[in-house]
Write a new protein. Structure first.
Length: 345
């Protein structure tokens, strides 16, 4: 791709998210979301592969549908209230906007497009879809937090955590595994949104760090399936160990960073008397942890068959990213800073 076109797309991607985050007018927020969608479409279709074209079409249709629902909800809201301010939202419009944002984020039960889009994208494009593309829709949830139906949010969070865990059990493609992991983590984040936005912010930051680390490591080792990860040990043992630490952090095992937001969310749920949702959420995280541990077992504790006669890709030096060390450290060692981060955010 032409460097000028690439720079234009990336800058418009960043600008559109900032427009949505800083807007106080529904039409301006909608404009930012539309610009955000149009900026990512050429990046998904860049490989010129039929699967990439399919992923682009799926992404465009879903995002356009969600944007149309948002426009309908905001027009209805302006009709009832007489203004376009985001902070003045009727309960009906807030419910419609919640549904549209769930569609944009790929949360259950509107999640089926998400794994297919990630599978048809390159690893770095999948990273953008899994991280940066979630910031703008989540911003709208923050801005309308006081008008949202928290019962609906809690139900969607529980359902997403359960679906993300159960559906990931049957996957062998690393991008689809990361897609269902993202669905499960978004379920935890939406659950945190029902209590305090500051806790959801902490969850979002930790999720961004862990997901960026995992996709960077997968891109460095070009591991597209679990079998590929099994042949990564001779390529770079250190890289594989850090990838598996990141997987355990994504699963929420102490004493890694991923345990922090889950611990705080469960604590807040228990403090508010929501013992049943907290128990269900905890049980829903077990399948996710299982398929993370399964990857660990297949990559570190077993030897894949016929590794010696195959092509010796492990003789090549893996292209490590310069920020990998910082990301891996943040993914594994932020738990002692729990009190500081929670009080700051």
């Amino acid at each position: 791709m032409n460097p000028i076109i690439w720079a234009t797309l990336i800058s418009s991607l960043a600008t559109s998210t900032i427009i949505t985050m800083t807007s106080n007018h529904w039409l301006l927020a909608w404009l930012g979301l539309e610009l955000n969608t149009l900026s990512i479409l050429p990046l998904i279709m860049k490989p010129h592969h039929p699967r990439a074209t399919e992923a682009t079409t799926k992404y465009f249709l879903i995002q356009a549908t969600a944007a149309a629902i948002i426009l309908f909800a905001t027009t209805t809201n302006a009709w009832h209230t007489g203004q376009w301010t985001i902070t003045h939202t009727t309960p009906t419009a807030a419910t419609l906007i919640t549904i549209a944002i769930m569609l944009k984020l790929g949360l259950a039960p509107t999640h089926l497009w998400y794994p297919g889009v990630l599978q048809g994208s390159t690893l770095y494009t999948a990273l953008i879809i899994s991280t940066w593309q979630k910031i703008a829709p989540l911003t709208l949830l923050y801005l309308t937090h006081n008008h949202l139906n928290h019962t609906i949010l809690l139900l969607i969070g529980l359902l997403s955590a359960a679906v993300g865990g159960m559906a990931g059990l049957n996957q062998t493609q690393t991008r689809k595994i990361m897609a269902f992991s993202s669905i499960a983590h978004m379920g935890w984040l939406i659950t945190a949104m029902t209590m305090t936005p500051s806790l959801a912010t902490l969850m979002m930051i930790i999720y961004l760090i862990m997901t960026t680390t995992m996709f960077t490591l997968l891109a460095s080792t070009t591991a597209k399936t679990i079998t590929d990860m099994g042949t990564t040990w001779p390529l770079s043992p250190t890289l594989l160990v850090t990838a598996l630490l990141t997987l355990m952090s994504l699963g929420g095992l102490p004493p890694l960073t991923g345990f922090m937001p889950k611990w705080l969310i469960l604590k807040h749920l228990a403090d508010t008397g929501l013992l049943l949702p907290s128990t269900l959420l905890l049980m829903a995280s077990l399948p996710s942890l299982f398929f993370y541990i399964r990857i660990t077992y297949l990559t570190m504790l077993t030897t894949p068959p016929t590794t010696t006669p195959t092509k010796h890709k492990w003789r090549l030096t893996p292209p490590t990213h310069p920020t990998s060390t910082t990301l891996i450290t943040a993914t594994a060692l932020l738990l002692p800073l729990t009190a500081t981060l929670h009080n700051t955010l």
